[in-house]
Design a binder for this molecule. Structure first.
Ligand code: SF4
Length: 586
């Protein structure tokens, strides 16, 4: 199908009207990767090249389930590239390529880069029907995600950037497969089976191989001196002749010879040319897709999914608390010191100091605590115990003003949804007003305050500088990942960036691998204690004078107390972190 047409079928039908597979939960790996007998026959004709300029939309039947599944897969693929771009490795370096290859393999997304007969310098040959099916999934998923990412300028820019990076990644993988393993010549196949328009009067459509033709040996000989001077490379390579505007980047960098409006490009720079074409075509097609969107919007089944796709969290599910994952209220202050990421630790420190956090903090922190295993009853005990330490909050006021929100987090009030803990992206995108303590400290706190907070983990100045440098580059999740690796002396399992505060917690406690296998084993490090009411009269009495003054403060005063009143941790705390890791490993 061409997406956007024929969309008025029932939910139980595939998008083009063929009875679909609604009701079937999930797809087998071969199905998800598009390998079926019928497709094996079709795709051989449709996909002669591993690399595509995506000139023609797919025309096919697809169920709504598969539509969504491929959309999410493509989104995860592009986000993986984005994550590695922020990781500090040089883009398109061998290290960068290897990390992405490995990461995609772990996520079960490697079929998006296994598009040829050899794969990443491996000797074994991949069956034709398998890599052909991968090409089909690549084609369809690209067009699906276009629909979600054509809506605004910002989304279009994000999509073009990461699709272009993906194209270059694949180009380098496929080129090497030919050079080192004598696989198929994917670059020639790409040039022969992808098309562009000539700038002539008739706007003739020709294969790229015809548009970008190598110059003849005679012409090369006649230009030999100038070509050598401009390209400073070997004359043994092929040179291509193109209108100079198509190689504007190379001309601007004075890397190519220009004669009579034509630029002479060495073979090694052919990629720049093709990437420029890919980028401009994708950008143009997205703008056209945006104009066609109103047709799609008549179909309610697709609208909701497409409109929310860019905001969808695609990482691990941290919302499901298993039987063995229970955390007790009394454990929280200690866990916060040792195992919470900065955003959550900050809120716990505010609670420790002023025995209160505002509405949005209660949502963010409450859901995080739910995700680490605090039950509803224990959450009520925890917040009640803390909030009623203030002189202006008694049990009655707590039940009237705060208990509803806590029950809401657990799906017992309002829409009664099982709300998930917020991921980093959502937290980072929150707006944080004066006196509010939610959000991501790496994004929302001033550098001076952030420095203090990070230093409180016992890190050296140079280490703090490295974290702050990432923050200044706008890479908040990478800064948080670096923070994690510096205090724990180990990397996160997902690479450089943190994707979810609950990931930080689980990895800090050494629970990730076990957590995936089963909750009971995941919690072997958590002491099974009996729930106790988190409120001690003695503590309340001893804090009464301080609370009396805090009760008079306005919200900005509270934030100031939070910023200055938090006792800075020492090297001991860092030692505790690392000791905790050691114990977790043992
Ligand atoms: S990056 Fe994520 S986990 Fe780290 S502080 Fe920010 S929101 Fe929290």
């Amino acid at each position: 199908m061409e997406f956007g047409t024929n969309l008025n079928n029932s939910a139980n039908r595939s998008i083009s009207g063929t009875p679909g597979r609604a009701g079937k939960k999930g797809f087998s790996l071969r199905e998800r990767q598009g390998v079926t007998r019928r497709r094996e026959e079709e795709v051989g004709v449709e996909y002669p090249s591993a690399l595509q300029l995506y000139g023609t939309p797919p025309v096919m039947d697809i169920s709504l389930e598969q539509f969504e599944e491929w959309a999410v897969e493509r989104l995860r693929l592009l986000r993986t590239i984005e994550k590695h771009n922020m990781g500090g490795r040089q883009k398109f370096s061998k290290e960068w390529v290897d990390c992405i290859w490995e990461d995609l393999g772990k996520q079960g997304l490697d079929h998006y880069v296994k598009l040829g007969d050899r794969q990443h310098l491996r000797e074994e040959k991949v069956p034709r029907e398998v890599f052909m099916a991968h090409r089909k999934v690549d084609h369809v998923s690209h067009f699906i995600l276009r629909l979600a990412y054509c809506r605004t300028e910002e989304l279009r820019r994000w999509f073009v950037t990461h699709e272009t990076d993906l194209f270059r990644l694949r180009w380098s993988l496929l080129k090497k497969d030919k050079e080192y393993t004598a696989g198929e010549d994917h670059i020639t196949q790409f040039m022969e089976s992808n098309f562009d328009t000539l700038e002539d009067k008739a706007r003739t459509v020709v294969p790229l191989a015809q548009k970008y033709k190598p110059i003849s040996a005679e012409l090369k000989d006649s230009l030999r001196e100038d070509l050598t001077a401009c390209s400073s490379g070997s004359m043994e390579v092929l040179f291509y002749q193109v209108p100079w505007v198509e190689a504007a980047d190379l001309v601007k960098a004075r890397r190519v010879l220009v004669r009579a409006g034509l630029a002479y490009i060495p073979e090694s720079d052919l990629l720049s040319l093709v990437v420029g074409l890919f980028r401009s075509r994708t950008s143009r097609d997205l703008t056209q897709a945006a104009k066609a969107l109103p047709v799609l919007e008549e179909d309610g089944r697709l609208v909701g999914m497409i409109q929310s796709l860019d905001k969808r969290y695609t990482g691990e599910d941290y919302g499901t608390t298993k039987q063995g994952d229970r955390v007790m209220p009394a454990q929280i202050p200690e866990l916060a010191k040792l195992n919470f990421p900065l955003c959550m630790k900050s809120m716990q420190e505010t609670i420790n100091t002023v025995h209160h956090i505002k509405y949005k903090s209660r949502l963010q922190y409450g859901l995080f605590l739910k995700g680490i295993g605090l039950t509803l009853e224990d959450a009520l005990k925890f917040f009640r115990g803390e909030f009623t330490k203030r002189q202006d909050v008694d049990l009655d006021k707590f039940d009237k003003e705060y208990a509803y929100g806590i029950r809401y987090n657990y799906g017992k009030e309002g829409k009664k949804k099982n709300w998930q803990p917020y991921d980093c992206m959502k937290i980072i995108m929150e707006s944080v007003g004066p006196g509010e303590t939610h959000g991501c400290p790496f994004r929302h706190q001033e550098t001076r305050t952030l420095r203090q907070r990070v230093e409180s983990y016992g890190l050296k100045k140079e280490e703090v500088d490295r974290i702050v440098a990432k923050v200044e580059e706008g890479h908040y999740q990478v800064a948080c990942g670096l923070h994690y690796s510096l205090v724990h002396l180990k990397e996160l399992s997902t690479g450089d960036a943190v994707t979810h505060p609950n990931q930080w917690y689980l990895e800090s406690r050494g629970l990730v691998a076990a957590g995936k296998e089963g909750g009971a084993r995941a919690n072997k490090h958590i002491k099974a204690t009996h729930a106790s009411l988190y409120s001690s009269q003695a503590t309340q009495d001893s804090q009464a004078p301080q609370e009396a003054s805090l009760a008079d403060m306005d919200d900005s005063d509270l934030l100031e107390v939070m910023d200055t009143g938090t006792p800075l941790s020492t090297q001991d705390l860092l030692e505790q972190y690392r000791q905790g890791d050691k114990e977790n490993r043992e």
